[in-house]
Ligand binder design. Structure first.
Ligand code: KIV
Ligand code: ZN
Length: 500
């Protein structure tokens, strides 16, 4: 029988803690709900003890999802484990994930503990976590640089103390596929109680081998893979969820393994993460990059026309990637729009549908044809709703290469209308400075990206800004057929998040 591999998603923990990927509470809940639709087995919702905000988001996610296990990370200390359990206790299926390093370098310099002390701490803390929760995961941090015989003793101790999953991380992305697989084989052969726990792997991508190492471990018998959507994570990132899942599915003949992931939700999950973090997907990224299914060469196109399998090892449909089709326009009614959303697999509440239809109509006034990708972009940008303190009423920009750029922006704030004018180094700078004047705050712009969502003259532009104010950060985004409008709205979106 095929090996069932659990997918443990740590986008909201290891992914979110990487630079430029922070999310606010509303965004985290939206992501967690999408991960539930994707049918991952476990969501690592955060590191509850890290801050009151982290605690709140782990707690809120625990309550927001039902059909998936929710884990919180905890160092191997009483306090961390207490706080982790407090945050996940309302989840339908809670998991405490505790960890301690096992490599000589980490034990000597970071922990200042010897092998016997590490073994004792593992015994004590896994047993302690087990009093709270039947589902306990233990991770041997930096396992891939640990002495194999010692690692086997640690894993045996964790299992005999109650761990139901033992995780073998390649914390610094140092291992190679054959070497990493040999760790799994070794543990299977030398840990007497290994059949009492799931064997998990957690790889980082410092040498670009996180997916290869994870898949090699699956081949050697690992039954859980820890990964993140789009591979976001510390430094060069974590194992990419979509690559591992599609690797297992596409090469079932080789891995003899299955996951429970609904692969048709992969594309949408990837887009959502890119949208909420503002980190774009490289065009040549495996599985979800814009070019992943594009065939440019004549020879390839000819082959594809004869038989798609000549150059296509998986289909765009299998990851839920919408075809570029001209589906709707300004005369399309609500019924057609609703039907299209159903075909694309969206399940919206009536309120969400009303809102989406209003935005669709506004877009249809500006754009001749609305493709499935436009609809995806529209929904990705409008789904994560936040309270809008400031909304754009109108703007006028005066710019050129021989004049100073000037922006006039009028916004609505409650019942009040505020209008200001400012100059800047180009139209966008002038617009952003005007918004700072309106809000009487000095928001700092860290990053600004604009890109086209679809092709063509009237393509939708998506603007993403990263702002900070007094140590708080937010990503703002918006779409429009006018890139200046998209930029202003994205800035206001970021501002509205920061001042909540
Ligand atoms: O990379 C790592 O070792 C981790 C552990 C805490 C699982 O993220
Ligand atoms: Zn990690």
């Amino acid at each position: 029988m095929a090996n069932y591999v659990k997918i443990f998603d740590t986008t909201l923990r290891d992914g979110e803690q990487s630079p430029g990927c922070s999310m606010n509470l509303t965004e985290k809940i939206e992501v967690a709900k999408q991960l539930e639709l994707l049918k991952v087995d476990i969501i690592e919702a955060g590191f509850a003890v890290a801050s009151p905000m982290d605690f709140e988001s782990v707690r809120a996610i625990s309550k927001a999802v039902q059909d998936v296990t929710v884990a919180s990370l905890a160092r191997a200390t009483y306090h961390d484990i207490d706080v982790a359990y407090d945050a996940i206790k309302e989840a339908v299926s809670p998991r405490i994930h505790t960890f301690l390093a096992t490599s000589p370098i980490h034990m000597q310099y970071k922990l200042k503990m010897n092998e016997e002390e590490v073994l004792e701490r593992v015994r004590e803390m896994v047993s302690y976590a087990k009093k709270y929760c039947s589902d306990v995961e233990f991770s041997a941090e930096d396992a891939s640089r640990s002495d194999k015989a010692f690692l086997a003793r640690v894993i045996e101790t964790a299992i005999s103390s109650g761990a139901t999953t033992v995780n073998i991380p390649d914390t610094v992305g140092y291992s190679t596929p054959q070497e990493f697989a040999s760790y799994i084989t070794y543990l299977k052969e030398h840990v007497s109680n290994i059949d009492k726990a799931a064997i998990s792997v957690h790889c980082h991508n410092d040498l670009g081998m996180a997916v290869a190492n994870s898949l090699a471990a699956v081949k050697a018998g690992a039954t859980q893979v820890e990964c993140t959507v789009n591979g976001i994570g510390e430094r060069a990132g974590n194992t990419s969820l979509e690559e591992v899942v599609m690797g297992i599915q596409t090469r079932k003949d080789y891995y003899d393994a299955v996951t429970n992931v609904n692969t048709r939700q992969i594309y949408r999950s990837s887009k959502l993460i890119s949208t909420v973090t503002g980190v774009s997907i490289p065009p040549n990224k495996a599985i979800t990059g814009a070019n992943a299914f594009a065939h440019e060469s004549g020879i390839h196109q000819h082959g594809m026309l004869q038989n798609r399998q000549t150059y296509e090892i998986m289909t765009p449909e299998s990851i839920g990637k919408p075809a570029v089709s001209m589906v709707l326009g300004k005369h399309s009614g609500r019924h057609a729009f609703e039907e299209r959303l159903q075909i694309l697999g969206y399940q919206l509440t009536k309120e969400e549908l009303d809102r989406a239809f209003d935005h669709f109509k506004l877009l249809a006034d500006k754009k001749k044809t609305i493709t499935d990708r436009d609809i995806e972009a529209l929904l990705a940008n409008k789904k994560v709703q936040i309270h809008e303190t400031y909304t754009l009423e109108r703007f006028v920009i005066n710019s050129g290469n021989t004049i100073t750029s000037t922006a006039m922006i009028k916004v609505k704030c409650g019942n009040e209308m505020i209008e200001k004018v400012a100059t800047g180094d180009g139209p966008i700078d002038a617009a952003f400075k005007t918004i700072n004047q309106i809000t009487e705050q000095n928001f700092i712009l860290n990053d600004y990206v604009i890109h086209a969502v679809t092709e063509g003259e009237d393509a939708l532009g998506e603007a993403v800004v990263k702002l900070h104010l007094n140590g708080k950060k937010a990503t703002g985004r918006a779409i429009s057929t006018d890139i200046v409008e998209a930029s202003i709205k994205a800035y206001l979106n970021g501002v509205n998040k920061l001042i909540i």
